[in-house]
Structure formats: structure tokens, C-alpha cells
Design a protein around this ligand. Sequence first.
Ligand code: TXA
Ligand code: MG
Length: 324
Amino acid sequence: MTTRIIPAREAGQIPAAAGEAAALLRSGEIVALPTETVYGLACDALNAGAAAKVFSAKERPSFDPLIVHVAGAEWVGILAAVSGPAESLVRKLARTFWPGPLTMVLPSKDIVPDLVRSGLPTVALRCSAHPVMAAVVEELGRPVAAPSANRFGRISPVTAQDVMEELGGRIPLVLDGGACRHGLESTIVSVENNRLVLLRPGPVTSEELEEFAPVEPATRSDAGSAPGMLESHYAPGTPLRLWPSGADLPDDAQASGLLAFGAAGPGFARVEVLPSVAADAAPLFFASLRRLDASGVKRIYARELPESGLGRAIMDRLRRASHE
Ligand code: TXA
Ligand code: MG
């Protein structure tokens, strides 16, 4: 299959690009497109056959459910059965963070195909702020299921070129909206009555969420209901290890790459230096990891960041990537 790339970087290009994407989605096809977090591989969320193509193109195991992207909060009641104290909490979170990088896991209605939610009783909902994703959802008039547009377990794509590396030849179309603004996947919370369980840290920080409800870390028992918490995830092909400040220079530094924040010392074959402020580093993070991975080094060492704000999300991804 040849994969076409259509430009959708400028406002004037978006209607035509979104029209082509929506036509493909309507016919049960899959399309890669940008969101404000990372690129997604989209399908009609209410078409199980189309969702099956997403799993197959990504080589994603069927136990790992997809995030459903909606046009706005009015879709919550159509796709999810929220009641009791959760109802006002969901309404407040949607009003504050949508459109934006917050995904809410809620009790699902039957309308969402089993395959999309991997047989779970819940569905993950998010409303993207990216003009391209928003235009496609609008044009289709239905919710769009979209996991990150990488092969399973690999680094999430933040440019159309990254998508081509991952899925070129496997999908008919990529909309090129340029680089993603956040560069890290959305924050995922499970809404449980009047508390939130943080299933995946992301651009909406725990500190921001705490304003609305207590935020609890996910425990091991949550992992069964949130398959994305698989320990090894987001992994580059090259083994990655954390290198805390104060630790000795690794023996294999000369054959290794270093991902550093703020400043890097000498001794490594390849170095990627990201800003020391996590919010500035996040948009560049996956691209640096991808370059180190492609550079041919034997191992990647990564420095650590303080675990607050976006630092928590970056450390989450590094820890998963370092799981051997
Ligand atoms: O920023 C994002 O969220 C991007 C863009 C494309 O929207 N999407 C994304 O999708 O990161 P994905 O599939 O790579 O990660 C979604 C995670 C998965 O780890 C999945 O296990 C979890 O969300 N998930 C989906 N539905 C769930 C559910 N019902 N319960 C718990 N976890 C769920
Ligand atoms: Mg992913």
C-alpha cells in the first residue's frame, strides 16, 4: 500500500485535508493525523471492523483499548453512563480541560464496540484541541478512536515523518499538521465517584487536577483495568537505563548515548540535551529519544528530572522505557 501525505499545517489546508480523511474513515479505513499531544491512528470509533484495522496496523494486542475522541462534552452522555457524584466532577473537568490533553475513563455504554475498549466495562474519552483532529471529528460527525500512531510498544510519533517511519506502507493516509505542541500523550484519569485515579501522567498535571478532586496514584490492581500501564512501553529499540546525577560515568559510555536535561558532561558517543524545565523539554522529548535510538549506540542513558508538573510525565515514560 502506498501512504499518501497531505499537508494540513495551515488553516487554509485543513478543510480539504479533513474532508479526505473523513471520507476514508466513513468507508471504514484508518488515517494518521496530528493531535496536540502526539499523532494518532484514527478510525470510526463505532465501527468495530475499522478498529480491527487499527490493531492490525499497529500490531497492538487486542487487550489494549483505544481512546475515543469526541467533538465535545455533549458526547459524554451518549457514550458513557456517568451518575452520582462523578457526574458533576466530569462536567467540571470537561469544562476546564476540554478541548485539551485530558482523557477520562468512564463506565461505557453498549454503543462503544467491545473491541475499541478491549472488552472492558469502561471507555476512555478525550476531546482534542488540535484543529486537524477537531476538523476530522466534526466532518465525520461521529467519535474517532485513535491510539498513538506507532507500532505497539514503540516511541510515540510527534511529526508526520515519525508516523511514516512507524506505519508507512501500512495505512493509506497521513495528515501532516507539523510537530505536536505537547509531545507527550494525554493525561489519563479514571473518574471514581469524587476521586481521580491517575492512570497516565501527562500534560494536564496532578497539581491542576487536585483543584477538582483528590488524585490518587494508580496501584498494581489498577493495571489490570488499564492495560496501558504495562511496564515496558514507549521503549526505543536500544536498551535504556536511568543515570542518576551523582552516579559514576558508566563503563560503556563511549559506546552509549546520553539524554540530558540542561547540560551534559563529556564521555558519551552521542548526546541529546533537552531544556532543564520539563514543560520546555516535553515537546522535544520523543524526537530526541528517536534520534538516539536511530544513532546506532549500544545503550541509551537518561538523566532524571524532578517529579513535579510535566517532570512526572517524562519520568513515567523514561521509567517504562528503561524496563528490561
Ligand atoms: O494523547 C493521547 O492520548 C494520544 C492521542 C493520539 O490522542 N493517544 C494515545 O493513545 O496515547 P494510546 O492508545 O497510545 O494510549 C492510550 C492508553 C492505552 O495505554 C490504553 O491502555 C489506555 O489508554 N486506555 C484506553 N481505554 C482505556 C480504558 N477503558 N481503561 C483504561 N485505560 C484505557
Ligand atoms: Mg501509545
